[in-house]
Design a binder for this molecule. Structure first.
Ligand SMILES: NC(=O)c1ccc[n+]([C@@H]2O[C@H](COP(=O)([O-])OP(=O)(O)OC[C@H]3O[C@@H](n4cnc5c(N)ncnc54)[C@H](O)[C@@H]3O)[C@@H](O)[C@H]2O)c1
Ligand SMILES: CC(C)[C@H](C(=O)O)[C@@H](O)C(=O)O
Ligand SMILES: [Mg+2]
Length: 340
């Protein structure tokens, strides 16, 4: 099996090195090919994602990505031209983001009790599609639009995936998060499709919350959530909140999935390139290592994934929260634990 590796920018480089350390311990047969994509390549050559590289990536079984984005590049160039282009071209319609409070991890909340949610964020539509523009530029009457695109096809496939995940979990509970009281066109489509698909999953209890109220409950009562399904932008925002309440963005893993299996799925930490700490060796690589766990699970290597997840769970249960993270030390420890 072949894995493409895109370390990308900032701490992406640092955390991917540690993710690979762990991967090599549990899956030494996985062949890895590094790809130099990101700010440095763009600065050097003006290239973001050449078509030839995209074609090569398609030939892999999966992709591991660190982070994309750099302060030296105007906002959006790398994010849209590289990261989102990968997600769109490879039809990563499910952006899967688990958020679990591991034993031994103290979140910032006073609320007690387990947190174990699985956010199914739509990945190829919504306001992310670039459907907009600017009129009367540089006048006092400038108008900017960013229109959210929601197709019945796109919503149905992500909603169906969320139900399939929910029915396989003990609580069998699914929450749709949207803003149907204001975004009535898109919200109406999402609500209707959830209702329709729910008829095929009578064992799954369905709840609905507006995204503003949900953002509050993520902090006051996160234990109420099991599986969540939501659109691309709401999903981006609530998964950073979910990460914060489960110990921080350094622990949050994700998978961008083409559920049909036509294209390679891509696994990455939820966090970005963190320019504020890049190069200091203090980024937590755990989110990347957990993303490696998701990747192995996706490739049907459940035993190897279990080793990775168990290594993280043990390490987190024994970490001293007062001690400053050293990226390479965490990676070394996780690799040693995973190999045992
Ligand atoms: N998937 C991605 O590649 C991705 C995701 C988010 C942001 N970005 C990009 O990254 C750049 C920076 O964005 P941002 O600052 O809004 O978000 P960010 O996630 O990079 O950083 C937010 C905060 O979290 C901290 N942080 C992030 N990851 C950490 C880790 N592993 N360990 C410890 N602390 C960590 C950072 O130091 C920072 O204080 C931007 O260019 C943005 O577009 C990329
Ligand atoms: C960098 C950006 C395009 C990306 C997103 O919004 O999806 C990031 O915030 C994420 O969560 O992966
Ligand atoms: Mg985000």
């Amino acid at each position: 099996m072949r894995l493409a590796v895109i370390p990308g920018d900032g701490i992406g480089q640092e955390v991917v090195a540690e993710g690979l350390k762990v991967l090599r311990e549990v899956a030494p047969d996985l062949e890895t090919t590094p790809y130099d994509l990101g700010a440095a390549r763009w600065q050097r050559t003006g290239e973001l994602l050449p078509d030839t590289v995209l074609d090569e990536l398609r030939g892999h079984d999966a992709i591991l990505l660190g982070a994309i984005g750099d302060p030296s590049v105007p906002p959006g160039i790398l994010e849209r031209g590289l990261l989102l282009r990968l997600r769109f071209e490879l039809d990563h319609h499910v952006n899967l983001r688990p958020a679990k409070l591991f034993d031994g991890v103290r979140g910032p909340l006073t609320a007690e009790g387990p947190i174990d949610m699985l956010c199914v964020r739509e990945g190829t539509e919504g306001p992310y599609v670039g459907n907009g523009g600017v009129l009367r530029k540089d006048t006092p009457h400038e108008i900017a639009t960013e229109v959210s695109l929601n197709t019945a096809f796109g919503v149905e496939r992500v909603v169906r995936y969320a139900f399939e995940r929910a029915v396989a979990r003990p609580r069998k509970h699914l929450t749709l998060i949207h803003k149907t009281n204001v975004l009535t066109h898109a919200g109406g489509l999402w609500s209707r499709i959830v209702e329709e698909v729910s008829a095929e999953f009578p064992d799954v209890a369905v709840a609905y919350q507006h995204v503003d109220a949900a953002s509050m409950f993520f902090i006051t009562d996160p234990g109420r959530y099991d599986v969540i399904v939501t659109d691309n932008l709401f999903g981006d925002i609530v998964t950073d909140i979910a990460a914060a309440v489960t110990g921080g963005i350094g622990l949050a893993a994700s998978g961008n999935l083409d559920v049909s299996g036509t294209n390679p799925s891509m696994f990455e930490p939820v966090h970005g390139s963190a320019p504020d700490i890049a190069g200091q060796g203090i980024a937590d690589p755990t989110a990347t290592v957990l993303s490696v766990g998701l990747l192995l699970e996706h490739l049907g290597r459940a035993e190897q994934a279990k080793k990775v997840n168990a290594a993280v769970a043990f390490d987190l249960s024994t970490r001293d929260p007062q001690q400053q993270i050293r990226t390479t030390q965490v990676g070394d420890r996780l690799a040693a634990l995973a190999s045992g």
